[in-house]
Each structure stands twice: as structure tokens, then as C-alpha cells.
Ligand binder design. Structure first.
Ligand SMILES: Nc1ncnc2c1ncn2[C@@H]1O[C@H](COP(=O)(O)OP(=O)(O)OP(=O)(O)O)[C@@H](O)[C@H]1O
Ligand SMILES: [Mg+2]
Length: 368
């Protein structure tokens, strides 16, 4: 009896998805998050939770609907159905949560959205698996337009996911009872890009070491005292991905050579509008023909171990390369706060990645 009731109330809730999905999401800028989060007292946390209580179902419903109407049969792949169910479960969790009236409600709500974030941890590789299933069916006959359409959809979908995770992560992080000076939730108002680049490079080198038994040096140039407001985890992710690519290219090029590998160079420039981080390597570059494919979620020259990741195989986890979305995902993280990523290459010599980060942080979230 209770089970039937639960099923009935679940399907009632699911009927609400189109209505919520039709509502307009509200964008939040980095600056706004920083100002709002600078006084995380009980009252402000309650206001923030009440906002999320209304905002999250809108954003989640929009993505659930999108997942149901993907082209080329992508919506019917088992991987995408799984992701869609995660979104529906999360929609239900937020909608079933009663009105937030006091601090206890707020704490319970925070625990619940923490769970949601955990549930969605593997959305990106799972979606990639779905796209791969489709690609296999297509064989080599997929047209450029078809691929383009899939890329645009995935870009929009992942960008929105970054937004949802930022909102949840920020709210959860504001509960830290003893934040470091300058830290507002996930934002560091005085983040040193050099320091962040150093940590990300060390992490990338550690993985390179694990896979190849050695790792080229990474040299970082810039003003060590320069800081600006940004989200350190986002910068870490981007620099980590780009350095990993550079290390792999350099390592592969020099592996069977007597000469010592040329270090990867990172240059941090603080402009008025942008902070730009250039990651340069002499790893032999990328053929011009391959450049347009760089931002594709379907392109990698590494052996693909998505299936292994999915099945929790021995090599599951972070590897040097293999999924083909290091570059496109990094660009989305940059764009999320108004920045961008460009890649230039000289075939036969090396590659330069320009990571532009918007300094003002005023840009509104890109919403879809
Ligand atoms: N610095 C570089 N030098 C040479 N080739 C590069 C460089 N950066 C990227 N590439 C090429 O672009 C491809 C795509 O890079 P991307 O980071 O998106 O995916 P990946 O490294 O293959 O896998 P992962 O998802 O694990 O990052 C790589 O497989 C590689 O062939
Ligand atoms: Mg990569």
C-alpha cells in the first residue's frame, strides 16, 4: 500500500517537470556570490537555501527535459537513460523538501543537496559513454553537422551542470565554520594564480610519473604576489588538464630520445580585463587538420578506457589521457565565469594553450 502510494506520488511529481522546466533560471555572478557569501550568518544561509529550493528544480527540470529529447536516438541509450534518472531523482528530492522555515530546515536542506551533488558525480563520463554508443552505431559515416549538433548540446548540458554544481558547492562550502582568510565558500577573493598553477602542475606531473616513470619539468613565470578573486578548484581543473596534455606530448616526443625533454612553461599575465595563463610545450604540436577536433568530446588520440572507468576496472580513475574531454570541459569552466580557452599549435614544434579568465567576475552566468 505504502509502496503504491510512493509510486503514485513520484509520478505526480514527474508530471511537474515540464512546468518547472519552462520557468526561467536566475543567473548569479561571481561577484554576487562573493558579496552575498561574505556574511554567512543564519539569516543569509536561509535566504540562500530558499533561493536554491526554487532555483534548483528549474535548472534540473530543464536538463531532464533536454535529456529526453536528444537527437539521433541518444536519449534511448542506456547511459543517457541512467543520467536522466539521476536528474529525475534529484528533481523529486528538492521538490519533496518542505518549505525552509528555520536553521534546522536549512541544515537538512544542505545535507540533501550535498547528496544530489554526489549522485551526479559521474554524469560526464556516463554521458560520454552514451555518445560513444551512438558513435559506434554510426561508424565512420557520421556527418560533421550531426557531430556539431551533438557538441552544441553537450556544451550546453555540461555548462549548465557546472552552474548547478557551483550553486550547490557554494552553499555547502559557506557552512565551513573556520574558513581561511579571503575564502568565501568556494571562491578565494585573493587567489594566487601562480600558486594554483603550481599545485595543478605538481598533480599532473605525479600522474605522468605514475604512467611513464618520469615527468618533464614545469616552469612557472609571473608575479608571485599577484592575486585576484576566482574559484581555485576550477582553475586547478583547467590547468591540470592542459598541463597533463602538454606533459603527455613532451613525454611521447622525447621518450626514445637521448636529449632531455624541454620543460613545459606556464606564463601568468595580469591584465586589466583578463588574467591569462599560457601553457606552452614543445611536444611536437597538433596537425592543423586536428585542431577543429580538439574541442570535440569525441576526439582523443589516447586509447579509450571509458568502458573500464564505467565498470570500475583496474585503471579506472585519473589517467594521463583517454576520454577526449579535457580540452572541451576546460573551455566550459573558463567560459562559465566569462573567460575562454584557445589552443594554437605549430606542428613539428609545440602547442600553446591560452586560458583567459575574466578578472571582473561581473559576467552573468551563461544560462540555457
Ligand atoms: N599540448 C598538446 N600537444 C599535442 N597534442 C595535444 C595537446 N593537447 C591536446 N592534444 C591532442 O588533443 C587530444 C584531445 O585532448 P583532450 O585533453 O581533450 O583529451 P585527451 O587528453 O585525449 O583525454 P582526457 O579526456 O583524458 O583529457 C589529445 O588526445 C591529443 O591528441
Ligand atoms: Mg587531456
Amino acid at each position: 500500500m505504502a509502496a503504491r502510494k510512493a509510486v503514485e506520488s513520484f509520478s505526480k511529481l514527474i508530471e511537474e517537470v515540464p512546468r518547472w522546466g519552462a520557468m526561467k533560471p536566475t543567473g548569479v555572478s561571481l561577484r554576487y556570490m562573493m558579496e552575498f557569501g561574505s556574511k554567512p550568518n543564519d539569516k543569509n544561509l536561509m535566504i540562500a537555501a530558499q533561493f536554491l529550493h526554487k532555483e534548483l528544480p528549474i535548472r534540473i527540470a530543464r536538463r531532464a527535459l533536454e535529456l529526453e529529447s536528444l537527437p539521433y536516438g541518444l536519449s534511448e541509450t542506456s547511459a543517457v537513460l541512467k543520467v536522466r534518472d539521476w536528474y529525475l531523482d534529484s528533481f523529486r528530492d528538492v521538490r519533496l523538501f518542505p518549505e525552509i522555515r528555520d536553521s534546522n530546515d536549512e541544515l537538512a536542506f544542505t545535507e540533501m543537496i550535498k547528496m544530489i551533488r554526489l549522485r551526479h558525480n559521474h554524469v560526464v563520463p556516463t554521458m560520454a559513454l552514451g555518445v560513444q554508443q551512438l558513435k559506434k552505431d554510426w561508424g565512420p559515416n557520421a556527418s560533421l553537422e550531426e557531430l556539431d549538433e551533438i557538441h552544441r548540446l553537450l556544451d550546453r548540458f555540461y555548462l549548465s551542470r557546472i552552474g548547478i554544481r557551483m550553486l550547490i558547492g557554494q552553499h555547502v562550502a559557506l557552512h565551513d565554520p573556520d574558513p581561511q582568510p579571503g575564502v568565501v565558500g568556494q571562491i578565494h577573493s585573493k587567489m594566487s594564480p601562480m600558486e594554483a598553477a603550481e599545485i595543478a602542475s605538481q598533480d599532473a606531473r605525479a600522474i605522468c610519473y605514475r604512467e611513464y616513470g618520469s615527468a618533464p619539468d614545469v616552469q612557472i613565470y609571473g608575479d608571485p604576489n599577484f592575486t585576484f578573486p576566482y574559484v581555485p578548484t576550477h582553475l586547478h581543473l583547467m590547468v591540470f588538464e592542459l598541463v597533463k596534455n602538454s606533459l603527455r606530448a613532451v613525454q611521447e616526443r622525447y621518450m626514445s630520445s637521448e636529449i632531455d625533454p624541454v620543460p613545459v612553461r606556464i606564463i601568468v599575465a595580469d591584465g586589466i580585463e583578463d588574467v591569462t595563463i599560457k601553457i606552452s610545450d614543445e611536444g611536437g604540436g597538433i596537425p592543423r587538420r586536428g585542431l577543429p577536433k580538439l574541442f570535440s568530446y569525441l576526439y582523443s588520440t589516447a586509447e579509450n578506457n571509458l568502458n573500464e572507468l564505467f565498470n570500475g576496472g583496474a585503471n579506472a580513475g585519473v589517467t594521463m589521457a583517454g576520454y577526449g574531454y579535457g580540452i572541451p570541459i576546460s573551455r566550459l569552466y573558463a567560459r562559465y565565469f566569462g573567460g575562454d580557452l584557445q589552443i594554437l599549435s605549430m606542428e613539428g614544434y609545440g602547442t600553446d594553450a591560452y586560458l583567459h579568465l575574466s578578472r571582473l567576475g561581473d559576467s552573468q552566468e551563461p544560462l540555457a
